[in-house]
Design a protein around this ligand. Structure first.
Ligand code: 5GP
Length: 196
């Protein structure tokens, strides 16, 4: 890979606010950071476009990418065929070759695999909710999940937190979004300007 370019991963449990932090930093630092378009088997939501937000592909296409070794990292649980996600090597190369570093918003397993591939050229930042109770409250208020789905997410969040403990280079507690965004931004900029 292009040696002076870096990959920064924002990860953490669903509902911790990593999406909002990711978007704010991308918007502010679009000259430094590029967006790698992931592939997914989930259907597009309203306002999402193929080739802009994601490459929306079939499970067969996704499997072919796996077989061809086209992913840097991916997650493809057999029991959730509509929740497969992966970062394409071609996308990462496209962004790095344009002279930018990359900011990824991916889940915990993916973050772990990016670290394996990019080692010290990558920084893993985990965004965590102040507490499991607060996370539960936020998910409930968001109103997009059923009670069972919230329970499943809470359980997953606890597991993610344990997994992240071992791999994250830095941790940001998202108590108040503006502060958490600022803290994350500082970590990103420090890493980008450090000499490894
Ligand atoms: P959504 O379906 O809401 O866009 O994303 C759901 C989850 O998938 C988020 O936690 C997001 O971070 C994760 N995700 C998005 N793209 C990728 C990817 O390429 N690889 C992995 N491992 N996770 C991803």
């Amino acid at each position: 890979m292009n040696n002076n370019k870096k990959i920064i991963v924002i990860t953490g449990p669903s509902g911790a606010g990593k999406g909002s932090i990711f978007e704010a930093i991308m918007k502010k630092h679009h000259k430094l950071l590029g967006f790698s378009i992931s592939a997914t088997t989930r259907p597009p939501r309203k306002n999402e476009e193929n080739g802009i937000h994601y490459y929306f592909i079939s499970n067969e296409q996704f499997q072919k990418f796996i077989d061809d070794g086209a992913f840097i990292e991916y997650i493809a649980p057999k029991d959730k065929p509509q929740r497969w996600y992966g970062t394409l090597t071609s996308e990462v190369d496209r962004v790095l070759n344009s002279g930018k570093s990359i900011l990824l918003d991916i889940e915990v397993v993916g973050a772990k695999n990016v670290k394996k591939v990019y080692g010290r050229n990558s920084l893993i930042i985990s965004i965590l909710p102040p507490s499991i109770e607060e996370l539960s409250e936020r998910l409930r208020k968001r109103g997009t999940e059923t009670r069972e789905q919230i329970e499943e997410r809470i359980m997953q969040a606890s597991l993610d937190e344990v997994a992240l403990h071992n791999i994250a280079d830095a941790k940001v507690i998202n108590d108040k979004l503006p502060e958490a965004t600022e803290d994350t931004e500082k970590l990103v900029l420090n890493f980008l300007t450090s000499k490894k």
